[in-house]
Ligand binder design. Sequence first.
Ligand code: TYD
Length: 138
Amino acid sequence: MTIYDCSILELPKVPNAAGNLTALENGSAIPFDTQRVYYIYDVKSGQDRGAHAHKELEQCIVAVSGAFEVLLDDGQRKKVIRLDRPNIGLNVKPGMWRQLFNFSAGAVCLVLASHPYDEDDYIRDYEEFQAYVHDSEG
Ligand code: TYD
C-alpha cells in the first residue's frame, strides 16, 4: 500500500432546506465494513493527534465539524490532505503513518474503523514503522 491507495471519498449527502444529512451503511460508500466508530474533539490549539501507523486497520476519517489536516506517509512518500467538509472522507489504508494537525477550534474528527481497538495493531515508533515498511516490501 502507498499513499496513492489512500483516496478521498465523496460521501452521500441528503440535502434539505433545513440542512444536510449524511448516512453511512456497510456495503456502500466506505470500502470496508465498519466495526468501530470513534471521534476526536476538544483538540487544543497547536496540538496534534495520531503519529502512528496500523498494521491491519483501515480507516475513513471525516471532519464532521471544522477542519484539520492529515499527513500521510507510506515510508517513502508523504502527502498532506486538508479535511473540512462533513461529506468528504479520507480512506487511510493499512501501513500508513498518519498525523492529524492544524485543528480548527471546535473541529470534530470522526473515524470509521475496520476492526475493534487493538493496541497490538499500532506502530507508535517512527523508526519501527520504517523498518516494518522495509520488511513488508521484502
Ligand atoms: P490513539 O489512537 O493513540 O489516539 P490518537 O492517535 O488519535 O492520538 O488513542 C488514544 C487512547 O485512546 C489510547 O491509548 C486508547 C484509547 N482508545 C480506545 O480506548 N479505543 C479506541 O478505539 C481508540 C482509537 C483509542
